[in-house]
Design a protein around this ligand. Sequence first.
Ligand SMILES: [Fe+2]
Ligand SMILES: [Fe+2]
Ligand SMILES: [Fe+2]
Length: 419
Amino acid sequence: MPKKTEVNLTDLLFSLSQAMEIAHANLSNHQLRTAYIVWKMGVCAGLSVERLERMFVAASLHDIGAFSIEEKLHIHDFEMHNPASHCDRGALLFMQVPWLAPMATIVKHHHRTWYKCDAPLDAENVFESQMLLLADMLERRINRSRYILHQNQDIINHIYSLSGTAIHHDVVDIFTQISGSEEFWLDLTSPNILEILKKNGPFRHVSIEREKVFAISEIFRIIIDFRSPMTATHSCGVSSCAAVLGRLFGLTVRECQTLELAGNLHDLGKLVISDSILCKPGRLTTEEYAIMRQHTYVTYSVLSSVRGFEQITEYAAFHHEQLNGSGYPFHLLDTELGTGARIIAVADVFTALNEDRPYRGRMPQAELVETLQGFVSRNHLDALIVAMLMDNYDLVRKEMLEKQSIILNYYHEQFKLIE
Ligand SMILES: [Fe+2]
Ligand SMILES: [Fe+2]
Ligand SMILES: [Fe+2]
């Protein structure tokens, strides 16, 4: 990729937002629809371009702290007794990315009702979090199997009933000003909401630097992996192992960074797999395995819609392809699999075999070497890359374990405790 990475930030933001919600029809586009509402309200309130943009970005990722489909459905369907956990986690993730950090408190308080708020409406991000609270409540109130103009009056009445208690009356007043137009409701529920936001929304950034992309990939690595202690360090392991292999292979620093980034995102498609399968304490049944096999397809479909992510998509999404064409989901052949994709495939197997599973322990070196050689002899994995890994076994493993131990500590300190 060129030095000033031409990754389209709007594409990336929208794709990742959608990726969190494609698993379930009731969830799909919840965050983007919420972002649409805060955008319309923000314009009506006369917010500055910067505040509008910040609120919009926060809204489009506001439930990032809910890691599993089960948790997302729970927070979607109920008025929670304790929504704090996904709000706190979300804020923590926002704090990790410098350009998202100023929005962390909007996310942290997106379920804080007005009567529980001890700050004035004009304090930093209070107005924004109140707008997001209203938008989120409104969006979750929509019955997706009913035509919107047959239910919007009931929704409006519900929001009015919260004025002065759950939501500040000034915020409800802003909503009143936009809720009378059919266009608002039809846009909000349009199947083309993504195009509407891309074309007219407040966030239309064209390119960002590689460091920013990497920082975003780091928080997505967390939401992919931190759903269970079993997988907490998997993508970090793949990312580290792939970068070392790239270096040993003589790839450029830039290509190694791309491998690292692709390692972080390679299992992105697992966001659509439910906990009952992903965290199952045992071997998967044939049916469960078939469900699991869609994850690389989803990784591909999410990443390939980001302009500037062409190479990362290939590296990340082809990690279960095999050189003899027997991999999934594309059944690519060796002639179609480049070095980057081959490295990630080896790194994925190596990392997985080094991890404990409920049905088997971490594989000892001799058995691991034999297993990898078996993959080579069946023409699944690249012989040269596996040989290079064998020659540098201790180095690759040491770097991988070091990174994984840092991440595991972080998981225990910051995430496992927020229940
Ligand atoms: Fe939420
Ligand atoms: Fe939400
Ligand atoms: Fe995978």
